[in-house]
Design a binder for this molecule. Structure first.
Ligand code: HPA
Ligand code: ZN
Length: 372
């Protein structure tokens, strides 16, 4: 994650508009309009890069703190929001990890997940693969089963009440040891029917993908899909991307924008069909030779399988996936065809059965006939 000036400006500019658009998004906008924003909200889509712990909105944080007897270092929601000032991955993670103190009970994990799924369903997300970081919780003495019970109960209720389908992707914290990751993977095995994939997030500096080569090989053998973060502009980023593509052979890369600087890596990703989950609010731009290069535009132009996602919406001024697509559209002047490609990619890169994929793609086709 890089919080470049450009992304901040886009985000700040969008801020007021986001709330105005939110009201429209609550209902299904009428078809037959040229309004690209309405098009984006109504378009059937999947989201594959959202950290559940990153959906903990300040209001919810206060509510959980109150009922769990946790003291927060802020007096008001506004004060908390104002403190969300980060300039790079490390300063973001410091704030992000502070939030976990209020997540203690099964009900907290349930409400967190159900709230995200409610928001996603309101933006016509048909399917989502949600990241969660069990080490953030088990390290504080919360059992794996407590976390899983809350998450899966919310998924079941959302499937029934909101008609949104979801699966979980377990992420390891990469600054922790490979042994800790292996132990976490082993404690996840009894829950394998609820976990579709394994990912890697958190502090990338001096924590390369290859540190987890063995544990990801084991995860693959156990039948999980694989993804890994390669945040923007990190130390050794090209080597990290190479390791994900060639050594780990993951199915997807989260972010991965610096691949645009290396045609040889682009060629490998295209050959392997690697998908990219790009979060335009966190890092939509790459600065190269004094020029701003839009990552989504760059990936689309090179024929990479790029999808758009929100990452940590509660920490990014409430920009969920539809708002992230609005930012992407504005930044890169995306056409309806581009937006449809992003939505098609999101279903094609999802870890679902071919029957489920066919159903989603058929819905997208109906939408395209009505709207494009
Ligand atoms: N990158 C790394 N770690 C994270 C992120 C991210 O985008 N979001 C939450 N933890
Ligand atoms: Zn992320």
């Amino acid at each position: 994650m890089t919080f470049g000036r450009r992304a901040f400006l886009a985000n700040t500019t969008l801020f007021a508009g986001t709330f105005a658009l939110g009201a429209r998004a609550a209902g299904v906008p009428s078809s037959g309009t040229d309004d690209l924003t309405a098009f984006i909200y109504a378009m059937p889509k999947a989201e594959m890069h959202v950290h559940l712990e990153g959906t903990l909105e300040p209001e919810m944080k206060f509510r959980f703190a109150r009922r769990n007897g946790v003291t927060l270092p802020y007096k008001t929601v506004e004060e908390m929001r104002d403190s969300y000032n980060f300039h790079d991955l490390q300063s973001f993670l410091k704030i992000f990890y502070e939030g976990k103190s209020v997540l203690l009970k099964e009900q907290d994990f349930y409400e967190l997940t159900y709230a995200y799924l409610t928001k996603a369903a309101s933006q016509n997300v048909l399917y989502t693969e949600m990241f969660f970081d069990p080490q953030m919780h088990t390290d504080r003495g919360i059992s794996f089963s407590t976390v899983m019970a809350g998450l899966t109960r919310a998924q079941t209720d959302a499937r029934k009440n909101l008609k949104i389908d979801s699966q979980l992707v377990l992420c390891f914290e990469r600054e922790l040891s490979a042994e800790s990751a292996m132990k976490t993977l082993e404690s996840a095995l009894p829950y394998r029917q609820h976990i579709v994939g394994i990912g890697l997030d958190s502090d990338e500096k001096n924590n390369p993908p290859d540190k987890f080569r063995e544990v990801f090989a084991r995860a693959r053998k156990e039948g999980f899909h694989l993804t890994m973060h390669c945040d923007l502009n990190q130390l050794d980023t090209h080597e990290h991307i190479r390791q994900v593509l060639e050594d780990i052979q993951a199915d997807r890369i989260d972010h991965g924008g610096n691949i645009l600087e290396r045609p040889d890596l682009v060629a490998i990703a295209k050959r392997r069909g690697t998908a990219f989950t790009v979060c335009p609010v966190a890092c939509g731009w790459l600065r190269e030779n004094g020029e701003n290069i839009n990552i989504i535009r760059g990936m689309l132009d090179r024929g990479l399988k790029v999808t758009v996602a929100s990452d940590d919406p509660a920490y990014m001024k409430g920009n969920y996936v539809a708002e992230s697509l609005v930012v992407a559209q504005g930044d890169a002047n995306l056409s309806k065809q581009d937006l449809l490609t992003l939505a098609r990619n999101s279903f094609e890169a999802s870890w679902i059965s071919s029957a489920q994929r066919k159903t989603y793609l058929a819905k997208l086709e109906v939408f395209q006939r009505q709207w494009a």
